[in-house]
Design a protein around this ligand. Structure first.
Ligand code: G3P
Ligand code: CA
Length: 258
């Protein structure tokens, strides 16, 4: 079963390949990005951390344990050490030999063929020294500012990006409906507290918290919203019908436009 977006809706909404087309290939690898490039996705989402020697690398967790054959924190491993690890075989033996990519490799591969949504993560205990500046520098070097968007859960990361002398769209990721819990006012659920994110173009919300009224409330406050992460065709369709501006999915190949 596929999700076919009618023309009028299709033009307005975005499909985001989550961690690349990570349902088809190991997450956050060049293989997953190549698969995503072959779909109708508008954006490819990837996560970044920083190696011991200050290189921006594409991996979801702060440690290499879950997705590779190695162990340890990304922050304690050099790029050369990270490059020795196999980031493919845990997904499927046919991907053996797939490596943790650098952000530079990903920028080179995507090259504006689709938009890139880069999520800046923090380390196990600390923020990475210089991750924001290094990410912005790479975007500049690859002339990727027209087709790159940055997102983060972490306010200090977003604030460092907003303070930089470089304008790039940013999205704020929220857990639940924070920053403030919804409250009932006049028998209606009200949401607030997003003023401090006025520099963000979008507030990105977990699918569990998506509803028509919450999305409308975000729109009324001037934000777009991308909802993550939904793989069931019926649910993807419902999120678009609720008013989501984008849906992140591990299976972007399931969404097509007519
Ligand atoms: O882009 C939203 C989503 O990627 C955030 O959660 O854990 O998959 O990075 P996570
Ligand atoms: Ca992510």
């Amino acid at each position: 079963e596929k999700v076919t977006l009618p023309k009028k809706q299709a033009r307005k909404v975005a499909v985001i390949a989550h961690r690349g087309a990570s349902g088809l290939a190991p997450e956050n690898t060049l293989a997953a990005i190549r698969k995503a490039l072959d779909t109708e996705a508008d954006f490819i989402e990837v996560d970044v951390h920083q190696s011991k020697d200050g290189q921006v690398v594409v991996i979801h967790d702060a440690t290499v344990d879950r997705t590779t054959n190695g162990t340890g924190a990304v922050a304690n491993l050099t790029l050369a050490q990270l490059k020795e690890l196999d980031a493919g075989s845990k997904h499927d033996s046919s991907f053996t030999g797939e490596r943790i990519p650098t952000l530079a490799q990903v920028l080179k591969l995507v090259k504006g063929k689709k938009k890139l949504l880069i999520e800046l993560k923090k380390g196990e205990d600390d923020y990475y020294q210089g991750l924001e500046d290094n990410t912005l520098r790479l975007i500049r070097e690859h002339r990727a500012d027209d087709w790159t968007v940055l997102q983060s859960f972490h306010d200090p990361i977003l604030e460092r990006i907003w303070a930089a002398d470089f304008v790039i769209p940013t999205h704020k990721l929220i857990v639940g409906k924070i920053p403030f819990l919804p409250v009932y006012i006049d028998h209606e659920l009200k949401f607030g507290g997003f003023d401090r994110y006025s520099k963000a173009a979008s507030i990105n919300v977990h699918r569990y918290f998506a509803s028509k009224s919450f999305i409308r409330s975000l729109h009324n406050q001037g934000f777009k919203t991308f909802i993550w992460t939904e793989d069931k065709p019926q649910n993807i369709r419902e999120l678009y019908d609720m008013g989501a501006d984008g849906v992140m999915t591990n299976h972007p190949e399931l969404v097509e436009r007519r």
